[in-house]
Design a binder for this molecule. Sequence first.
Ligand code: C5P
Length: 240
Amino acid sequence: MKKLKPLYFALDFQTGKEALDFLKRNDLTGIPVKVGMELFYKEGPAIIHQLKEMEHEIFLDLKLHDIPETVRRAMRNLASMKVDVVNVHAQGGEDMMKAAKIGLEEGAQGHVPVLLAVTVLTSSDQQMLKEQLLINRPLAEVVKHYGMRAEKCGVDGVVCSVEEAGIIKKHTTLAALTPGIRLAGGENHDQKRVATPEKARENGSDAMVVGRAIRDAENPEDIYKTIKEAFQHESINTHT
Ligand code: C5P
């Protein structure tokens, strides 16, 4: 299993300046970060280069989902930016996931980024699957199925909620990266399947993504450390 960092801070900011100022102001320079659509579509590869200069590990979260050839060619370009982790939607199917892997290998110069497959977004729930996507199977079974198919395609890990991390760990050798993390008593926002860092650890999650709980905190540095420590407690040797 390729190595993920225990905690990626989601840089969900409108501009690169806001993101970089936040990291500097809160003494978070150099931590593993996730760059998503909001920031990347504004700043493009320049923000990746800036973050790399500041020695951040980067998860570029663009959740690709298109025909296999387009995804292969896009992944070639993402790999050439030397980011550490990238992802696709498992719903794009097996040919697309395999094409993503090939594209990464073609574009990487030495270091092939970790490839994750998003299973079911943590903002979705059973009712949404059923009513909007006409998927009648239990959500956990859908996640397990997507994980097992992803594994066959050479994907390194999945993105899933803490609720399904255990199923993924039981049925695959994949890493499980879990968003939807909240400290006890925190707000859920638009996330439907949320859990605490302690629960993430108990359920076998290998890594977490946290955005708003850190970004909107009164003391982001303290909250970052609290979340990381809560997750690593008792499993310090496996998540260094
Ligand atoms: O603010 P919050 O901690 O809910 O942020 C979660 C971050 O993780 C967002 O950047 C979101 O795009 C991302 N994400 C997610 N669910 C997934 C994959 C990524 O919430 N399945």
